[in-house]
Design a protein around this ligand. Structure first.
Ligand code: ZN
Length: 531
């Protein structure tokens, strides 16, 4: 049975003695067992000069005990070799990569040596375990790398949580320190092999849109390798870095003046990179286009019955009818009429100032009306639709009511409508009924056509027609006039669609194998706030 905190050695030896082995043989077997375990579990991890002594399993941690069996060591202070053991020891506990949800600690006893170099200030030194763990380190080298790799996947806080789940005991501060140490090493190497020919710089915000997090990135233009990233984008910081790269003669940069003056001081030839050349050219084109294209462009649809083909124009008669159907208030009507006039004049190419002058409005109002023109027109269209639906429904209700009431007044012996003196005018009467007319408005029309009866005769005739065939006399529903169908787009949208069209041609004709052609094109990143 596995007991907690019982050592491997104690367990093995007690089992061997139960099995009849004498203590000496048990001890021998144990030593062999430790060598085998070291080979299979820690080979290549723990240096050969450590002898495995014992393994202890706790609740949350596994402790592995080691003893150094070296017979000589180099004094780290003077570099002289010593073979004289001081018979003193130093114990250190070093954390390794966790296993099976458990932290792993190597408890190492290392030797102390006497330094016999008379010129050395140190009489006794502790032997180093380079490669396994640094002097004073509490973690193995490979565990540190493991922490940094975890942090690179996400961040130091997330790495701490992930490692905790694996059983390790390490704080985010420590992980961050390891990551910085790795970064410092990379920079040191970049500075050491000083063979960079072209240095390229750009600024980048660590937090998107936050200028206070701005950094300058230095890149080897040939290998596209990041050489160093520094806080800030000021001249002094950039100049300091440029001093270190004496081999580079060419400095590739954007338009930032800080970079320019730093490079001038460092006596570098300055060039603009393609990304920024295109970006600047594109900015100039955009500026030019935007000054020509109006801020808002109106797009018309429809069959043109109320619209002129060349510009937006709605005849007065149509406007009056729409105002009436929409039942606009005085204020709404004024805005509607002004909006339509503004669209018409703007469509003819008139400038805002002239439109304002000719309509007796101020410029601000003209601009405001133009901005909400689509909404204004749509809201009137909606009102018309709603009112017509209401009018139709009440008209039909009214028709049903009077028709059924009047029909009752016709007796069973009454003559049919076909015998009436109004019968020759049947077509006109039913057509006018469908338009919603009554006997009072039909009478003058029939009289004009030669009818010589009285208005009441027409009334009786209508009631009979309704009785004989209700549908023939039912008024038609009012038809909703066609919407004015105005859409608008901003000039930004127009500009983007121009770029999109242009880029279609470009990919067809281009297809060069430049690696920067993909993903680095400022034309496609128009919306990103990159400076
Ligand atoms: Zn020494």
């Amino acid at each position: 049975m596995l007991q907690e905190n019982i050592g491997r050695k104690a367990m093995l030896i007690s089992m061997l003695s139960k099995d009849g082995f004498d203590p000496e043989a048990a001890e021998k077997l144990y030593k062999i067992e430790m060598q085998v375990t070291k080979h299979f579990e820690y080979g290549g991890v723990v240096p050969d000069y450590f002898e495995l002594q014992d393994i202890e399993m706790g609740k949350e941690a596994k402790k592995v005990y080691w003893v150094s069996n070296t017979t000589e060591s180099i004094c780290p202070f003077c570099g002289e070799k010593s073979t004289e053991l001081a018979n003193e020891y130093y114990h250190k506990e070093i954390q390794d990569i966790p296993v099976n949800g458990m932290a792993v600690f190597h408890v190492c006893r290392v030797n102390k040596y006497k330094c016999r170099n008379p010129g050395c200030k140190h009489k006794i030194f502790t032997e180093r375990t380079d490669g396994f763990c640094d002097e004073d380190a509490r973690k193995t080298e490979r565990f540190k790398k493991y922490c940094v790799l975890q942090a690179m996947q996400s961040n130091c806080h997330a790495a701490e949580q992930a490692l905790k789940l694996e059983g390790a005991k390490v704080s985010n501060d420590t992980i961050s320190r390891y990551a910085k140490a790795v970064a410092a090493k990379v920079i040191e190497e970049s500075l050491r092999d000083n063979d960079v020919e072209i240095i390229s710089v750009d600024d980048v915000n660590l937090r998107k849109g936050d200028k206070s997090s701005a950094c300058t990135v230095f890149i080897d233009e040939k290998t596209h390798r990041v050489l160093i990233i520094i806080r800030g984008t000021n001249k002094e910081a950039v100049a300091q870095v440029l001093e270190k790269f004496t081999s580079s003669k060419i400095f590739s940069r954007d338009r930032a003046s800080a970079y320019s003056s730093a490079a001038t001081e460092a006596n570098k030839t300055q060039v603009a990179d393609r990304f920024h050349l295109i970006k600047n050219a594109q900015a100039a084109v955009k500026e030019a286009l935007m000054s020509v294209i109006p801020a808002r462009i109106f797009v018309r649809e429809g069959d043109g019955s109320a619209l002129n083909d060349d510009y937006f124009y709605v005849p007065d008669e149509t406007v009056n009818k729409r105002v009436r159907l929409a039942k606009l208030t005085e204020k709404q009507e004024a805005k509607y009429r002004s909006t339509l006039k503004i669209l018409e004049l703007a469509g003819k190419g008139m400038r805002t100032a002239d439109i304002a002058k000719s309509l007796g409005m101020n410029m601000m109002d003209v601009q405001r009306y133009r901005r909400v023109a689509v909404e204004t027109l749509k809201s009137v269209d909606k009102k018309i639709e709603k009112n017509i639906a209401m009018m139709n429904s009440s008209q039909q209700q009214h028709f049903e009511k009077i028709a059924t009431r009047n029909i009752k007044t016709i007796g069973p012996k009454a003559h049919p409508s076909s015998e009436s003196i109004v019968e020759p005018f049947r077509e006109t009467v039913t057509a006018m009924l469908k338009e919603g007319h009554s006997h009072r408005t039909i009478y003058p029309v029939l009289k004009e056509m030669g009818f010589d009866g009285c208005s009441n005769a027409i009334y009786q005739y209508i009631v009979k027609v309704r009785k004989e065939n209700l549908e023939e006399a039912r008024p038609n529903e009012l038809e909703k006039p066609q919407d004015l169908n105005l859409e608008s787009v901003t000039h930004g949208t127009v500009y983007r669609s121009i770029l999109k069209e242009a880029s279609k041609d470009r990919t067809k004709n281009g297809g060069k194998s430049d690696p920067r052609a993909n993903g680095c094109n400022p034309l496609e990143n128009d919306s990103e706030a990159k400076t």
